[in-house]
Design a binder for this molecule. Sequence first.
Ligand code: GDP
Ligand code: ZN
Length: 383
Amino acid sequence: MSSSSSQRSASRPHPLAPYGWDADWEAEFAPYAAQGLLPGRVVRVDRGQCDVVTAEGTVRADTEFVTPHDPSPSSRLRSSRGGPIRVVCTGDWAAVDPEGGDPRYVRAYLPRRSSFVRSTSSKRSEGQILAANVDHTIIAVPLTGDLDLGRIERFLALGWESGAQPVVVLTKADLVPDAVTLAHLVQDVETSAPGVPVLPVSATSGDGVDVLAAVVSGGTSVLLGQSGAGKSTLANALAGADVMAVQAIRDVDGKGRHTTTTRNLLVLPGGGVLIDTPGLRGVGLWDAGNGVGQVFSEIEELAERCRFHDCAHGAEPGCAVLAAVDDGTLPERRLDSYRKLMRENQRIVAKTDARVRAELRREWRLRGAEGKAAMEAKRGRVR
Ligand code: GDP
Ligand code: ZN
């Protein structure tokens, strides 16, 4: 196998190219290649083990590994006194020890370009990374019923926080009665999603699927969205087969595990890679502080013009945010949504961080006093 790979002509694509392997990854992997390790992408994780696709086929490996104390080549592999424990997740580029039986050992993973982290009270936070090296966060939003802009903003925050570029896909566009209504809906979402492409798509009619396929062909994507948003249908449309249904059937009979049909990472026929893990579907529990700021970038920009640099945009004099609400340039709904997500995010962070908790307590005490003062002022105005 190794002789055939060394004979591979330079013009032929690398066997891992469909999985997203590129010149940058190759350069980062060079020190590990020098140690005789094999690059591979983690395509499935379950019960402490993972499937890693390498140029020499799919290998089974342990997800946990101990980083060696001494990174010098002579001591690297069989160091018994190791450094901290690391855990690979779906999407990681791993350095696998080609020797050894089944499962093999992961020795390292390349620095993650992006990661989806589940916020948790567990100390072993590394085990809570749901997906790594994602380029696009595809947020599926159904065009049925009322558009829940607040929910879209929440998913956007998670997307930005991960480091992957969000894209909003408005699904079931065939259910919108006419083109004018559709254009309005797209515009509403665009207003809530600065810097984010918004694509209407119908899996039923096929409209827009080619545009989405082109977007995802340039890297690794994940699909986020509430249950029933049409994620499985989109995944099947992109994969050109009933991959999701096939997975379910194979899982039920308990056979066919470790086969390609149960992967969480799929290579798409039109190019690109789609990651779909059960954990990613239950979103809403991540620390997305920076992401929230990016979703509401216009509010953060306005806030820079508030008189007080720590303005809470409540009742402070000289508040540029409230002024924008008053003159109609900033919809009040946006500000409410921003506040709600900020509060929610602080609650999540507080679960894991005692220092933030102490800070919040202090802030609540201040807010309590401020709130009372504001209420009294209001009452005074009414009177
Ligand atoms: P998921 O829970 O996000 O994976 O959603 P599904 O893909 O299972 O879709 C939920 C429901 O919406 C199913 O009944 C689909 O048939 C339906 N659906 C999905 N995409 C479309 C579409 O483009 N048009 C219409 N009319 N229905 C769709
Ligand atoms: Zn303000």
